[in-house]
Design a binder for this molecule. Structure first.
Ligand code: GLP
Length: 241
């Protein structure tokens, strides 16, 4: 794993956006895997700014998001489709048909998962996947105990994840209990991964990620087995390593 230590969140966001911009300049048809949460928000701001400055076009890029809550329509401001439109897609020149977020409102969720995996496969696979990490080591919404062999699937969210994400909702009861997530197998198939981690509350997770054993108990530990992971983390996140 290549590790880049940066001073703070802003520098992490800038570095990550530069990597993505360079990749798309080299290969405009890049298939990007994207993440939500607080961590990549600064990176999306940088990408929007770069597009406004005329530095980068996303018109040939395709995107696949990692996950989506079950039961939240795209107009709900807590759905990840809303988040992506709001933070990135509506501010750049990517045609919306080239953006993919699992549909958490699908009547047949098993079919939705299969269709999502098939679509990724037909696009040629993910070239560059952006990842954050949950305090319990989850990636996407792959909670501790998830098999490393999974494709896109439906998950029950861990109480710690519901608690951590309650900050975006009116109350903890409003946080959906289920989600669709790309599986560990799908994530591991990405040709390259940028893992972003910021802040002291993730310091234990970073320690576990880098020094813990590879185990389904801590899903992100599987990244130790990926050949092309670039961790960009700030001083606070790296403070216990
Ligand atoms: C969320 C998302 C993950 C994200 C993680 C960390 O639940 N499903 O994709 O990486 O938790 O979120 P944050 O960046 O807000 O700490």
């Amino acid at each position: 794993m290549q590790i880049t230590e940066v001073k703070h969140y802003e520098e992490m966001s800038k570095k990550a956006s530069e990597l993505i911009i360079n990749r798309i300049k080299q290969m405009p048809k890049t298939v990007l895997g994207l993440a939500t949460g607080s961590t990549p928000e600064g990176m999306y701001k940088e990408l929007v700014q770069a597009h406004k400055n005329g530095e980068i076009s996303f018109s040939n890029t395709t995107t696949y998001n990692l996950d989506e809550y079950i039961g939240l329509p795209s107009e709900d401001k807590n759905s990840y489709r809303f988040y992506m439109n709001d933070r990135l897609f509506h501010h750049i020149d990517i045609p919306l048909e080239q953006t993919n977020v699992p549909n958490g409102m699908a009547s047949d969720l098993t079919k939705e998962c299969k269709v999502y995996d098939e679509s990724i496969r037909q696009s040629g696979g993910i070239d560059l996947q952006v990842l954050g990490i949950g305090v319990n080591g989850h990636i996407g919404f792959n909670e501790p105990g998830t098999s490393f062999e999974t494709g896109t699937h439906v998950v029950q969210l861990a109480p710690s994840t519901i608690h951590a994400n309650a900050r975006f909702f009116a109350s903890e009861e409003d946080v959906p209990k289920q989600a669709i997530t790309m599986g560990i197998q799908s994530i591991m198939k990405s040709k390259e991964i940028i893992l972003l981690i910021s802040g002291a509350k993730k310091a234990d997770a970073v320690f576990q990620l880098l020094h813990g054993e590879v185990s389904e108990i801590f899903p992100a530990s599987i990244l130790q087995n990926h050949q092309n992971v670039h961790l960009i983390a700030d001083e606070a996140a790296l403070s216990k390593v």
